[in-house]
Design a binder for this molecule. Sequence first.
Ligand code: HEM
Ligand code: HEM
Length: 184
Amino acid sequence: MNDTKQKLSPTSIFLHWIVAVTIIGLLALGIYMEENEAYQFYDLHKSIGALIFLVIIARVVWRIKQGWPEPASDYKKIEHLMSKVVHYVLLIGSVVIPMSGLMMSWGGGHELAVFGLEVWGPNHDPASPEETMARSEAIGGLGHQLHGLISNIVIAAIVLHIVGALKHHIVDKDATLKRMLGKS
Ligand code: HEM
Ligand code: HEM
């Protein structure tokens, strides 16, 4: 089923909410992990992040094929422009964050195992095999920088996005939020 002005397809709704909830959870877990050096959560964060990356790719392909949903009502031009910018930031950000996470782990020489299933192993230092060493400091470093930076930009965009959704629902009383909740 395709998206229409009155109703969004179950695929669009499912992909929006599974990615939205997982990203919000991973942002919170990531910040908690980093601030508290809670290394016991790194594997969980990386496993969920790598899996949701696959769903995010499907979401982007679906969005490219469908185009953006038509606005539910006649917004002002500036509102339309703002929501478009925020949607682009959210969609592109949800690709760049997990991709940079993968770059950080691969470049840094760390292993990636998705719930115990090895995708790639650690890069052992030949001089002291119990230690790991970077595969590429450039890729690892860039991944690290992007992961934190784009996460912060996406957090700001999510705040604007939620304020916008609530404004449509409470002030304009239009179908924007209802439509994303599967009601026509
Ligand atoms: C959509 C998915 C993801 C989100 C929203 C996310 C979000 C975050 C955030 C907000 C932080 C804290 C960054 C900071 O405070 O500077 C973080 C840390 C981290 N993330 Fe992710 N992440 C995701 C996916 C991944 C993936 C796929 C990997 C690796 C395979 C990964 C590896 C890490 C690591 C290793 C850290 C800790 C970095 C450090 O200790 O310096 N993340 N993540
Ligand atoms: C509680 C949190 C959230 C609420 C209440 C919410 C609500 C909505 C609503 C009502 C729309 C429809 C807008 C329209 O018709 O123009 C929408 C679209 C969208 N949302 Fe969210 N959202 C949330 C979280 C997120 C998160 C965390 C992301 C991504 C990181 C995200 C990404 C998007 C994108 C890209 C669209 C454009 C339409 C699409 O691709 O499906 N949202 N959201």
